[in-house]
Ligand binder design. Structure first.
Ligand SMILES: CCCCCCCCCCCCCC(=O)SCCNC(=O)CCNC(=O)[C@H](O)C(C)(C)COP(=O)(O)OP(=O)(O)OC[C@H]1O[C@@H](n2cnc3c(N)ncnc32)[C@H](O)[C@@H]1OP(=O)(O)O
Length: 160
């Protein structure tokens, strides 16, 4: 695929591509992207790891509409963010999204199942570079490139 990455989401020379580990439990089920208890969430489930590529899928429902009958772009971006986040999680450290670049290539109708794939293109210090794509009926519909930043555990401490 043509990479969507800009200079900010392209790893520098010398960045390494680590092996992914099977995802450890997140111990948090309220996440919009993957939480079982997030009633309005998209509930992505890790479905496979093909070498260095993580795979998952979700089905677009009416609550995800933007234009009538079509998925809202923000939902598709959130799904990609989650898929990329799952890869960052499988790098074995804690990361948050710093920058997310998204290309929307075809409209995605309600009822579509979006097959998502995501992978790491390099890690350089605290920075992890990730890319991903979503296919509908075998056609590339959305793709993303992102920069994730490693954060300390305190980043996730509950706020008042
Ligand atoms: C499938 C299911 C499985 C389960 C898996 C669950 C997975 C979970 C899924 C998760 C769900 C999905 C995930 C989510 O939804 S994560 C939620 C959305 N993201 C956030 O809330 C992050 C908010 N931002 C911050 O907290 C801070 O800004 C961070 C921590 C990111 C950096 O602040 P910090 O003070 O710590 O560091 P720094 O500012 O010195 O920056 C460090 C370096 O990084 C560079 N930089 C920073 N930002 C950008 C940028 N935008 N473009 C380009 N570069 C950027 C910066 O220039 C610097 O570079 P250098 O000067 O060192 O060269």
């Amino acid at each position: 695929m043509t990479t969507p990455a800009s200079a900010k989401t392209t790893p520098p020379t010398g960045a390494v591509v680590p092996a992914l580990k099977e995802p450890p439990p997140t111990e948090y089920d309220g996440c919009f992207g993957c939480g079982d208890q997030a009633s309005d969430g998209i509930r992505l489930k890790h479905t496979g790891l093909d070498g260095k590529v993580a795979e998952t899928a979700f089905t677009v429902v009416e609550a995800h509409q933007g234009a009538p009958g079509l998925a809202h772009g923000g939902i598709l971006a959130a799904a990609l963010d989650e898929a990329l986040g799952s890869v960052a999680w499988m790098l074995g450290k804690r990361y948050v999204t710093g920058r997310l670049e998204t290309d929307f290539l075809t409209p995605v109708p309600v009822g579509s199942t979006v097959q998502l794939r995501a992978w790491c293109t390099g890690v350089d210090g605290r920075k992890a570079y990730l890319e991903g794509e979503g296919h509908v009926d075998g056609k590339l519909a959305v793709r993303a490139a992102a920069l994730f930043i490693e954060v300390p555990e305190e980043h996730f401490e509950e706020r008042p």
